[in-house]
Design a protein around this ligand. Sequence first.
Ligand code: DGL
Length: 274
Amino acid sequence: MTIRRPTIGVFDSGFGGLTVLKALLEVIPDADYVYFGDTARLPYGSKSVETVAKYAVEAAHYLESNGAQMLVIACNTATALALDRITAAAHVPVVGVVEPGAEAAAATTKNRKIVVIGTEATVSSHAYRRALEARGLEAREKACPLLVPLVEEGWVEHPVTEQIARIYLGEAFADSFHEADTMVLACTHYPLLKPLLQLVTPDHVCIVDSADSTACAVATHLQQLLPRTETSPERRASPRLKFFATDSTEKFRRLGARFLGRTIDDVQHVDLKE
Ligand code: DGL
């Protein structure tokens, strides 16, 4: 495939995937992006494999029909439950967040013991545990379902959030995992809680953010499709960003800006028929 300036499609159940887009913009600023947030049907984290796969495949097709030449499944739940189904249905390369997250954890840990925190569905799928065990690492997965609504409420430094995080992480780092030295943030919303989580995890724990590792994996993938010797003005222009949301565009703009760390202008409402 010859691509002069790639258009990368980013999919998430809602706003959280904007943390992955933020990382992508830092690592690959010379691309254009189309982002699909399925805000009308979130959260995915409490839904079944069948439902998540169906929604995610619809979104993937929508992004392709809007010019995406590569798809990044920013949603941990959608990746954990449906990456195979999305990849089979797509006509362009697909990158999920689980493998890059596991790879980053493997590169970080010294004692090979990892704690993974995510949604109920991500944890029940054991996708992270499988990916980590395949690398010879021991993993404990812990569902932290209250953290997503707290982040969406903007309570990223709130004492209530801190107390809840202490309870979850106290359980995650109990018993034989008290010496685990790496924790994977396996949910799009958790990067916003990084300072708070750092505060409540034991001092020796290193936090791995699957948003950053995914952005690096996408860059490596792109490198194979498009040689970096290219220096045309087209490649140097700043990224064009286009957003699609299945619920209110006003809410997407407002909440999304917190996740992306910049204002969101071009949002279009999408009505995906059942
Ligand atoms: N995007 C989801 C994830 O990363 C979190 C929000 C949801 O449950 O839809 O797992």
